[in-house]
Design a protein around this ligand. Structure first.
Ligand code: SAM
Length: 285
């Protein structure tokens, strides 16, 4: 679905259930990451955001790089051996199971997504060994995910689970996101972790304005969602959890995604867009 391939977007080339005239969250994200699994309508969203924020791709990379570090931390330090990855996205270079299984080859991952292209690719590419499985479900209906037979078969709800909601909740537009996450958290055993990254309104003069402009583009684009919430609003997504401090000496709170336990020292300042993505990991005691 690269620029060249898009010339051949004949109906027979489009997976069943995919409407190439409507942007999809997964394909737009792929376009932001520079992938090839997207259509012209998805790239249009990316280009519109680029007009207000030339470093728009950083929104996706801040998120994806956080996912990599968080899964490594949860597997290595948190001892997590089973993950429920909500909103897996299209398979890419470093997927959750590859990161976790590098530490423990038997770490289990159940991916959940509802995008037809992700479902088509996901079943083929994300289920690449006996310990990874894919479920087609709506992640904003927690009970449907939690009671799904595949989720129940492969995840042991008596042992700690890593619940990932990375780059997903900004597409949840209702105000009761805390209740939604509470439903997930209630089901997790003690010792489980929840990792979240999300578009941020940092409430600083220049960056807040940029966040609101990007939000306006997303919401009025053919994708139709992408909320930039404040840190206070994001805290509501981790009800009752102990937030892991995001770095040495830092308060236990959401932090800019790029500053959440970075891999090394920073040699360049954060871009304007990197100031508009936040992340946190919480533990259920
Ligand atoms: N978690 C991945 C990451 O951080 O790299 C992918 C994030 S991508 C921005 C969001 C994903 O959530 C997309 O693949 C999209 O299809 C999925 N998604 C959005 N709303 C969903 C819903 N209601 N049910 C299931 N998946 C959903």
């Amino acid at each position: 679905m690269s620029d060249t391939a898009s010339k051949y977007e004949a109906p027979s080339m489009v997976p069943v259930g995919v409407d190439p005239t409507r942007a999809s969250i997964a394909r737009v994200y792929d376009a932001f990451l520079g992938g090839k699994d997207n259509y012209g309508i998805d790239r249009e969203v990316f280009h519109k955001v680029q007009k207000v924020a030339p470093e728009a791709q950083d929104l996706a990379w801040s998120n994806r790089n956080f996912l990599t570090r968080a899964v490594r931390f949860l597997t290595d330090q948190g001892g997590i051996r089973q993950f429920l990855d909500c909103g897996s996205g299209l398979p890419t270079a470093e997927n959750t199971h590859q990161i976790a299984q590098r530490i423990d080859p038997e770490a289990r991952v159940v991916y959940v997504d509802n995008d037809p292209v992700v479902i088509a690719h996901g079943e083929a590419l994300l289920e690449d060994n006996d310990f990874t499985h894919f479920v087609a479900a709506d992640i904003f209906e927690p009970q449907k995910v939690l009671q799904n037979p595949t989720v129940r078969k492969y995840l042991d709800f008596t042992k700690p689970i890593g619940l990932l909601h990375v780059g997903t909740l900004h597409h949840y537009t209702a105000e009761n996101g805390g209740e939604l996450m509470q439903e997930y958290i209630d089901e997790l055993p003690s010792g489980s972790f929840v990792a979240i990254s999300h578009f941020l309104d940092p409430q600083t003069p220049g960056h807040s304005e940029l966040a609101r402009r990007m939000e306006d583009v997303f919401i009025h684009s053919p994708m139709g969602s992408g909320r930039f919430r404040t840190k206070a609003q994001l805290r509501e997504f981790l009800p009752g959890l102990e937030i892991i401090p995001p770095g040495p000496g830092k308060p236990a709170d959401f932090e800019l995604s790029d500053l959440w336990w970075p891999d090394g020292p920073r040699l360049r300042p954060l871009s304007q867009v990197e100031e508009c993505s936040a992340a946190a990991v919480g533990r259920k005691l």
